[in-house]
Design a protein around this ligand. Structure first.
Ligand SMILES: C[S@@+](CC[C@H](N)C(=O)[O-])C[C@H]1O[C@@H](n2cnc3c(N)ncnc32)[C@H](O)[C@@H]1O
Length: 472
């Protein structure tokens, strides 16, 4: 039991880092987590929250700074919840991310892994996607766009963000000026009233802009499009009607202006719908997917890819392994449709089967599908249905590989329990759920390779690529 209470001011040495890159000060043996404090520093902090076995505190003063402390580039750093590590030198950010993955694997999966420093290919202006809530700014009631404060739904208004390019600052300016002049109401999460909810944008070759509204009609939409035209050469403009109260930002999107075009996506060109998933950092994505595809070099069996998105990784693997047949499973219809179009444009439709389904449900249904496939004389309708798996997995002796690239919450545990593959390639953006999932696999699989890719510089997140092989 600690004697600490909220509001207490304590001084101490930062002895470690937490999983989000925050400093840890020990108080009577109990960890006190202090965002923006660096291991090795001496700090003065104010306690903000006390639990049974740990506490949280705000940094008041750095009494003895670390040599790796640098001046954050962004004026919103520490206020908006976007970045965690701008106050650290790049080498320290990277070692911090490496250590957090190592610690998570050891603590939650009992895996002692030799993990190298993450590969980083860019530091700033790497994000191709922006999603900002609208809010009224204090008493002035000016409409602004911003990021949520950490662990809250309070919006911190911003004019630009150094993780995005100038395009984002220009867009924020156009949209907030328009909103303030024409004053449509702003959505309130408590009353569920008000129109403007989010601005969502993606900048590839061209810009895609979506306004998420709590209603079906966006007043003064023509004026907004006119203003966007003055700033941007080519763009598409969508409206997404979202009247639900959950945390899903985008519902179905309606194209209002512009022509949907293929975008340059590294090795491929493809259309990507606003709702489809795309890694936010295109440069490191290509390096990550290259390495993931390499992990299957020489593999000549059947491949199932779960959580396959718009199919960039699928296409990379199919190109690298010209004999391979891949079944790619994705739950979101717009990503699934984009993937089908990409495979067709690359001439890969014969070797890639895109299935729109829940990953766990699909894997659980495989034995039944195999029986079904062996019936012979299959009806043409069944053969043409997206659920037909063809001859794949019919040959019991053929080797099988599984690719997993799930969202932050990780894989469905049932899926991992029934997964029976010779090789598993797992890409994760959350080391805690990765460790949880590897624990489930650890009695049947051993770690062959692990590599980190810094998809999210300046934040505590990192992308991990893990290759597992079946224990003999
Ligand atoms: C990290 S992304 C994978 C991106 C993909 N590798 C690519 O090249 O685009 C995760 C994907 O999993 C999908 N997803 C989320 N839950 C799913 C589920 N239960 N079953 C199948 N797919 C799911 C998401 O829609 C998203 O496209």
């Amino acid at each position: 039991m600690t004697d600490l209470i909220v509001g207490d001011i304590i001084e101490g040495a930062v002895s470690d880092f937490g999983s989000d890159g925050e400093g840890v000060v020990k108080y009577g043996g109990m960890p006190v987590f202090v965002p923006y404090a660096i291991k090795g520093e001496t700090v003065r902090v104010r306690v903000s929250y006390v639990k049974k076995d740990c506490a949280f505190a705000e940094l008041i003063e750095v009494i003895k700074p670390s040599g790796d402390r640098i001046k954050p580039l962004c004026p919103y750093f520490g206020k908006c919840g976007g970045c965690d590590l701008q106050h650290m030198s790049t080498p320290l950010q990277l070692s911090c991310k490496r250590d957090s993955v190592k610690v998570a694997l050891k603590k939650f999966a009992d895996i002692e892994a030799d993990v190298a420093i993450p590969v980083r290919l860019n530091d700033w202006e790497y994000r191709n996607k922006l999603a900002l809530p609208f809010a009224y700014n204090g008493r002035s009631r000016r409409i602004s766009l911003g990021f949520y404060q950490k662990k809250s739904h309070k919006v911190v208004p911003i004019k630009y963000c150094p993780l995005h390019g100038q395009w984002a600052a220009d867009l924020i300016e156009v949209v907030t000026d328009w909103a303030n002049e024409f004053a449509p109401s702003v959505y309130d999460e408590d009353t569920r009233k008000g129109l403007l909810r989010h601005l969502v944008a993606r900048k590839l070759d061209t810009l895609s802009v979506t306004l998420v509204i709590n209603g079906s009609r966006l007043p003064h939409c023509d004026e907004l499009i006119k203003r966007l035209k003055e700033k941007f050469d080519r763009f598409t403009f969508y409206v997404s009607e979202n009247t639900r109260a959950d945390n899903v930002i985008l519902r179905d999107v309606r194209l209002i202006y512009g022509k949907e075009r293929k975008q340059n996506l590294g090795k491929f060109c493809a259309k990507v719908s606003p709702k489809s998933f795309l890694q936010v950092n295109s440069v490191i994505r290509d390096a990550l997917y290259d390495r993931a595809a390499m992990a299957l070099d020489g593999f000549d069996g059947d491949i199932i890819e779960l959580y396959s998105g718009v199919g960039l990784l699928t296409a990379q693997i199919a190109r690298r392994l010209p004999e391979a047949h891949i079944t790619a499973v994705e739950i979101e219809e717009s990503s699934h449709m984009d993937a089908i179009e990409l495979m067709s444009s690359l001439g890969l439709s014969e070797r890639v089967m895109n299935v729109c389904d829940d990953a766990a449900r699909f894997l659980a249904s495989l034995p039944a599908r195999k029986r079904f496939d062996n019936v012979g004389n299959l009806d043409e309708n069944i053969k043409n249905s997206p659920y037909y798996v063809g001859d794949m997995f019919a040959d019991e002796d053929k080797k099988r590989a599984l690719i997993l690239d799930p969202p932050r919450k990780g894989c469905d545990g049932n899926l991992l329990k029934i997964a029976d593959f010779d090789r598993i390639v797992y890409i994760s953006c959350n080391s805690l759920t990765l460790a949880r999932d590897l624990k489930i696999l650890s009695d049947r699989y051993e770690l062959e390779d692990i590599k980190l890719f810094d998809m999210f510089p300046q934040t505590a997140n990192v992308e991990t690529l893990v290759v597992l092989c079946k224990k003999t």
